[in-house]
Design a protein around this ligand. Structure first.
Ligand code: ADP
Ligand code: MG
Length: 231
């Protein structure tokens, strides 16, 4: 990834100069490494969010998943960005909870979309098809207080970034801002899917942990943070 102009305000069309930037294997490994470290460091915070609106196992589930992913990355060294994401998928698919199979499917489709050339278009395609897979499996829509509330805005942001023609750094930064905004929107929602649907008002006031995880994932994709392209 190369640096493309990060300006405040909406998606910056001037960043179009970097149109064909793509994530290298080293970028993908560094990203996943930052993500795994973040999940391990934030386990207690994720557990607390799920304790308030679910059963309190989310932190444990995702830490188990990323630990499995890390082991797979060591045992079967990837040679493409898609293979990096495939190892992450395998870690989630080998883990329980509702989130394991759903995030496993999401990363699997992202891996397929990204394959060897991890461009803005590839990320748009991968995140769209991953999000569609999660919706097929879990039948959640935007507004149900799930990870979908961050995935759909991220997919829309990447598609828009591709259409406008910006480079990958800017596209991911924009996706991170939109995913964060989506995750924050769950704070006001009552759960309509999953365990949060059993606790009613108790969930309100805190964001959905699955949606926060997706926003965090996109933020860790951008080495210098997500500040920038969305207002
Ligand atoms: P469990 O509810 O089985 O304990 P986890 O704690 O592993 O599952 O995961 C909880 C997260 O799963 C929630 O924060 C939410 O984002 C997500 N989730 C729950 N149900 C669905 C669904 N039907 N579709 C999409 N995501 C869901
Ligand atoms: Mg749970």
């Amino acid at each position: 990834m190369s640096g493309s102009g990060a300006h405040s305000g909406d998606l910056d069309e001037r960043a179009a100069a970097t149109v064909d930037t793509a994530m290298t294997l080293e970028d993908a490994l560094a990203w996943v490494d930052r993500f795994i470290s973040h999940v391990v460091a934030s386990k207690a915070a994720f557990t607390e969010l799920d304790r308030q609106a679910g059963d309190g196992d989310f932190g444990t589930n995702i830490e188990a998943a990323v630990s499995k992913a890390r082991r797979r990355l060591t045992e079967q060294p990837p040679s493409t960005p898609g293979e990096v994401l495939q190892r992450v998928s395998a870690g989630f698919l080998a883990t329980g909870g509702t989130s394991g199979p759903l995030l496993g499917a999401w990363f699997r489709e992202l891996a397929k979309g990204v394959t060897t050339h991890a461009s803005t278009e590839a990320f748009a395609v991968g995140v769209e098809s991953g999000t569609a897979a999660v919706q097929r499996l879990g039948r959640a829509s935007v507004g149900d207080r799930t990870m979908i509330d961050a995935m759909v805005p991220a997919a829309n942001a990447l598609r828009r970034a591709f259409t406008v023609g910006v480079g990958l750094d800017s596209a991911l930064r924009y996706a991170a801002s939109e995913a964060r905004r989506g995750a924050e929107s769950t704070t006001a929602m009552l759960g309509r899917k999953g365990r949060a649907s059993y606790v009613g008002e108790a969930a309100r006031g805190l964001p959905d942990p699955g949606a926060v995880l997706i926003a965090d994932l996109f933020e860790t994709a951008v080495p210098h943070g997500a500040a920038g392209l969305a207002e």
